[in-house]
Structure formats: structure tokens, C-alpha cells
Design a binder for this molecule. Sequence first.
Ligand SMILES: [Zn+2]
Length: 104
Amino acid sequence: MNANNPSSRISKRNRIARRTRMFEEQRGICWLCGGRMQLTAPEESGFATFDEIRPRSKGGSTSARNQVLAHSSCNKRRGALAPTDKQLKRLSEIRAVRQCHENP
Ligand SMILES: [Zn+2]
């Protein structure tokens, strides 16, 4: 485990709750490739991980607003690249769902 990982700043319980909520908001779909993710089984390639929309290396925060779930493999492959048009479209759909939740 990386002790410098900023996601360790929030408690494990909060992290699990956040992941579960995001997973439902995204209907289990990876925002980077559009494929199905797994909420459990970290050893599997489809495992859902937090991805920062604005990468931390570019000053992005680890707040829930800057995070979406992506496959661990997609997350790694993306690195700090800017999102593609397709990815931005998925992102806007996810944000629309989130706004519905925030403003019922
Ligand atoms: Zn993916």
C-alpha cells in the first residue's frame, strides 16, 4: 500500500460507501471504456477504482466531485490524459444522475 495515496485520507468506511454510491450512479459502467465493472474482487481486471477527472498531478482534488469510477486497468492506461469526447459524454451523463440525487 502507498502511504502517500490521498484516498487514504478518507476513512475506509466512507470510501466503501462512496464507491457503492458511485457504482450505482454509473450503473456499474466504466467512464473511460463504457464496459461493466466489478464492485468486489480486487484481483479481477474489471475492478472499479476511483479515477480523478482532473488528475491529481494537474492539481485535481480527491473530493467525490472530482471522482468517477473506472476499471483499474483503464485508470492506469489513462494516466493524466485529458478525456476523449466519448468519455466526456459519459461524464456528463454521470453528472446529470448525481445532480438528480443532490436536488430531488
Ligand atoms: Zn474501463
